[in-house]
Ligand binder design. Structure first.
Ligand SMILES: Cc1ncc(COP(=O)(O)O)c(C=O)c1O
Length: 375
């Protein structure tokens, strides 16, 4: 059996262990400490806007706290991009709120501005103004920031920017993760940088960050004993995990460069196959190309290619199945145009890690070319 080629596996840069060792040496084996502060500062510096970063246990916990900070409660409605990973939508349910799913447009595969406005108008006409909008830069491709944020402003509905997959991407020169009223990042094992598991909330004010950190550390009031006037969570990132993050920040730009070069390699190598197409960057967008995705002609061809790769011990994955088609969310309202369903049927994510060798990439493209009988 040939060695496994993974879709997107962790890629350590070398400096991570130094920070983790420091945490052991100084006994900062705790959910706070110098690595947590350092990682937050590194991220703030990287994002290069006046934003405040709180390091948390996961991107999902960051989304959950974002909803709480925006006052989302039982019975509220929250609009969510349908084409996403389930973690974007699950926290809406944690809050007892109702997700309202909105389909995608074809230029970025992200939330469609026209359909978003239709959904908002319709929800208002039905008697409830949505409390928030969750927009996602899927696979690293920025959503239509100007259009989506103009709609958010004109209806006065805040945006939670799910930037879990898009650290390192930019829109008109500004870093993804800085556009939302609140934004979130993920450092899960498959992300562009990883802390094994982890995430962050990015806020526009120090007081919002303080509130998030307060809730993330069991909502302990200021008292010598344990005093609580709010329900809290155990959502803070540990100082050990943050040490990995500090090391990973040193290679983030390198990872973006490599993932973008994976995309270019696939695009050039598979250029002659008419059945395959790629998602180009719209003008003004710069994607970290977290995952390179291809579109095939139809669902059965997509599945054939996936199984052909699997036989060669190469992992690939269909594009994310939209939330409005997931059994667990099927009964919630949705505003659809068929785009995300079409992408799910025809789309395949190819191995995209920053640790892939040229030989790995050639193995992937040769397998696909053989399937299409072009080599
Ligand atoms: C779009 C999206 N949102 C949210 C998450 C949740 O992040 P985490 O796994 O860190 O909880 C992920 C990834 O897992 C994701 O891909």
């Amino acid at each position: 059996m040939k060695p496994k080629i993974w879709l997107s596996s962790p890629h350590m840069g070398g400096a991570e262990q130094k920070y983790v060792q420091e945490a052991f040496d100084t006994n900062w084996v705790a959910p706070l400490g110098p690595n947590v502060n350092g990682f937050e500062q590194d991220l703030q510096l990287y994002l290069n806007e006046k934003r405040y970063v709180g390091a948390l246990a996961s991107g999902t916990s960051a989304l959950h706290l974002s909803l709480i900070l925006l006052g989302v409660n039982t019975g509220d409605e929250v609009i969510c991009q349908s084409k996403t990973f389930s973690a974007s939508a699950n926290p809406i349910i944690y809050q007892g709120a109702t997700p309202i799913f909105v389909d995608s447009e074809c230029d970025t595969w992200n939330i469609c501005p026209d359909l978003l406005e239709t959904a908002i108008k319709d929800r208002i006409a039905k008697g409830k103004k949505p409390k928030a909008i969750i927009a996602v830069h899927l696979y690293g491709m920025p959503y239509k920031v100007n259009e989506i944020h103009n709609i958010s402003k004109s209806y006065n509905i805040p945006i939670i920017e799910d930037s879990a997959e898009s650290l390192g991407s930019t829109y008109q020169g500004q870093k993804c993760g800085t556009f939302g009223d609140i934004s979130i990042l993920s450092f899960n094992g498959n992300k562009i940088i990883t802390t094994s598991g982890g995430g962050a909330i990015v806020t526009r004010t120090q007081s919002d960050k303080d509130k998030a950190v307060f809730l993330a550390t069991q909502a302990r009031d200021n008292a010598p004993h344990y005093e609580h006037s709010h329900i809290g969570f155990n959502y803070r990132m540990s100082n050990i995990v943050a040490g990995i993050g500090r090391g990973q920040m040193q290679v983030l730009d390198k990872h973006v460069k490599k993932r973008r070069s994976n995309y270019e390699f696939y695009k050039q190598s598979l250029n002659d196959i008419n059945e395959i197409s790629f998602l180009d960057e719209p003008i003004g967008s710069y994607s970290n190309r977290w995952l390179t995705c291809i579109l095939l002609e139809n669902k059965s061809q997509r599945e054939d290619v996936r199984l052909t790769l699997e036989k060669e011990n190469i992992e690939s994955r269909p594009l994310w199945k939209p939330m409005h088609l997931q059994p667990v969310f099927a009964d919630f309202p949705s505003y659809v145009n068929g785009v995300s369903k079409g992408l799910f049927d025809k789309g395949l994510c190819l191995p995209s890690g920053s640790n892939l060798s040229k030989t790995d990439l050639i193995r992937v493209t040769t397998t696909i070319k053989k399937y299409f009988k072009v080599c």
